[in-house]
Design a protein around this ligand. Structure first.
Ligand SMILES: C[S@@+](CC[C@H](N)C(=O)[O-])C[C@H]1O[C@@H](n2cnc3c(N)ncnc32)[C@H](O)[C@@H]1O
Length: 203
């Protein structure tokens, strides 16, 4: 297994336990449609974890998906999950999300980051890195926990998700992403506790 620097992991972004994570996201393929992933795109699942969104993305985009994660153990789990789901094989890249432009050979039509943006220390730097890898008109999609108190976001009887003070409203995310030249396209509600903010790079 390739080693990586644990200090490069974004704070509060450990992969949740599968038991409650599956309960929270019963139909990831429907989530992808709500956040504007469409057939014909080539897309990155940034900080893909165990591949919960990568597998349906690979199916919808006929394998034109690049799963990126810093943790090789996550990439191994994601590969297994994609295979088990019978989805087309995708490309896997181990690396730090902040180095995204160095990790890709070609530009893409969409970059999805799910359940991770809250933990990135320099979010503007991350948005600029995403901007560099998108084709004109490309989408940057941020799936985040709503800014509710953590004790209110319970799954299987326990409070879940990042600490209350790390959570961001869609308005806070929009201000940050729009400052780097994106335009907000839509904010999709992803009940019970999430939203998906979709931003477009100008043509
Ligand atoms: C909370 S999990 C989310 C996984 C997946 N996106 C989902 O929603 O199910 C966050 C993932 O981000 C990865 N990660 C953390 N810091 C990273 C970094 N600096 N670069 C790339 N991946 C990172 C972790 O290894 C973990 O797999």
């Amino acid at each position: 297994m390739t080693k990586f620097d644990q200090d490069s992991l974004f704070p509060a972004t450990a992969m949740p336990d599968a038991e409650w994570w599956k309960q929270l996201w019963p139909r990831p393929e429907l989530v992808l449609r709500k956040v504007c992933i469409r057939p014909g795109m080539r897309a990155v699942d940034l900080c893909c974890g165990d591949g919960m969104f990568t597998a349906p993305m690979a199916r919808m985009l006929e394998g034109r998906v690049i799963g990126v994660d810093i943790d090789p153990a996550m990439l191994s789990r994601a590969k297994r999950h994609v295979k088990k789901q019978g989805a087309p094989a995708c490309t896997w890249v181990q690396g730090d999300a902040r180095s995204l432009p160095d990790l890709l050979d070609e530009k893409v039509d969409a970059v999805l980051i799910a359940n991770t943006f809250h933990g990135i220390p320099d979010k503007a730097e991350m948005v600029r890195a995403v901007k560099k890898v998108l084709n004109p008109g490309g989408l940057f999609i941020v799936i985040n926990w709503h800014a509710q108190p953590r004790e209110e976001t319970t799954v299987l009887g326990h409070a879940r998700g990042p600490a209350t003070e790390m959570r961001m409203t869609p308005v806070e995310v929009s201000k940050m992403v729009e400052a780097e030249g994106f335009a907000l396209e839509t904010v999709a509600e992803l009940p019970p506790y999430h939203y998906g903010a979709v931003f477009r790079l100008p043509e």
